[in-house]
Design a protein around this ligand. Structure first.
Ligand SMILES: *Cc1c(COP(=O)(O)O)cnc(C)c1O
Length: 358
């Protein structure tokens, strides 16, 4: 096996893998599993500083994003799509799919969205049901300051849907303080469980918007309302992936026990950026660096594929290229979750230096 230094999926600790090997009961019937599921949801809420309910859905991060849009969007609803990256832009597709009208707010992808500029925009134009934002837009690594953007949107009564799949637990996320109505996470980034699960936190305002809909939610699997009252009724809308949830719980317990997690991410990310600059490489971003992923431009005279191949074949380290408009142009180093440790970063930097010399 290679050393996985990609920005998701990330390395999975042995205790998480072993938790997934536990004996399985019947998650549809076993009352203890309803408690286990709910306790796991409560733990996630606590780690994200919120009183809002968390729901774990069976599907990767993308399902969380789609479920948020499916559950909030009614035909004709205007939705503000904040876009300075590929995931940011991608939200417009989910909005359109459910009949909404996305209004793009597109800005330069090498810097975070500026709160002052957004405030000026909203001053004139704020008639939106909700807005979509991405905390860390992973293909470029840009980190948006959702702590100032979300309260601004809420001031105008605009609900906030935030994709924090690749930032949470490597960057601070405070759902209640920041007024995030639906926050989306995934199992395979800094959480460091295998891919397969998404989880969302849902505010009272978001639930109210769902209740007040005039048209039904045009999905079952992506409908967050179908979980309403599941615990009291002891009835899940579909059979829960029990082994995945055992693994997720262990990963969340690991996070809860790791008091140093955010500081370690910040330190390792900074060391990574400094090393790349010292080696003469150019960071892709001008500002807004995330502590979970570092992205650099492919230098002249070589290709992304060549760098990735040598890293993989000669050094046994897996890095990632990017996709969309950034395909072939940048290399991404994922230092989130279990990847964020000094030893792996040091080996990665050393191998990258040898690769670039070659
Ligand atoms: C990884 C990721 C997702 C989820 O994508 P999957 O294809 O389900 O892994 C969503 N948003 C962001 C910003 C991500 O990095």
């Amino acid at each position: 096996m290679y050393k996985m230094m990609t920005p998701g999926p990330t390395q999975v600790r042995e205790n998480v893998r072993l938790a997934r090997a536990r004996e399985c009961g019947n998650p549809d019937i076993d009352e203890e599993f309803f408690d286990f599921y709910k306790e796991t949801c409560n733990l996630i809420s606590r780690l994200l500083y919120t009183e809002n309910e968390t729901l774990i859905l069976s599907g990767e991060g993308i399902l969380g994003l789609e479920a948020a849009c499916a559950s909030l969007t009614e035909p004709g609803d205007k939705v503000l799509v904040l876009d300075n990256g590929i995931f940011g832009k991608g939200f417009a597709d989910f909005v359109s799919l459910y009949g909404g009208i996305p209004q793009m707010y597109t800005v330069d992808g090498r810097n975070p969205i500026d709160a002052q500029a957004l405030a000026e925009f909203l001053e004139k134009d704020h008639d939106y049901k909700y807005a979509t934002l991405v905390h860390c837009d992973t293909p470029s690594g840009i980190l948006n300051d959702i702590g100032s953007l979300c309260p601004l949107l809420k001031k105008y009564g605009i609900l906030t849907v935030v994709d924090a799949v690749s930032s949470m637990f490597g960057e601070e996320v405070r759902v209640d303080d920041w007024g995030i109505d639906i926050l989306c996470g995934g199992s395979q980034k800094a959480v460091s469980a295998p891919p397969g699960l998404t989880f969302v936190t849902v505010s009272a305002d978001a639930k109210k918007a769902m209740e007040e809909r005039k048209t039904p939610i045009a999905s079952f699997y992506a409908n967050l309302q179908v979980f309403e009252g599941y615990y009291e009724a002891k009835w899940f809308p579909y059979t829960m992936p029990i082994s995945d949830i055992y693994g997720l719980r262990q990963a969340m317990d690991n996070i809860a026990a790791d008091k140093d997690m955010l500081a370690r991410h910040a330190k390792i990310a900074e060391a990574c950026r400094k090393s790349l600059i010292k080696a003469g490489l150019k960071l892709h971003l001008q500002s807004g660096f995330s502590s979970t992923v570092t992205v650099f431009d492919v230098p002249e005279g070589t290709t992304a594929q060549e760098i990735l191949d040598i890293m993989r074949k000669e050094h046994n380290i897996l890095l990632a290229g990017s996709f969309g408009s950034l395909a072939g142009k940048v290399i991404r180093i994922g230092h989130m979750g279990s990847n964020a440790n000094e030893k792996d970063m040091e080996e990665t930097m050393e191998a990258l230096l040898q690769t670039l010399k070659k």
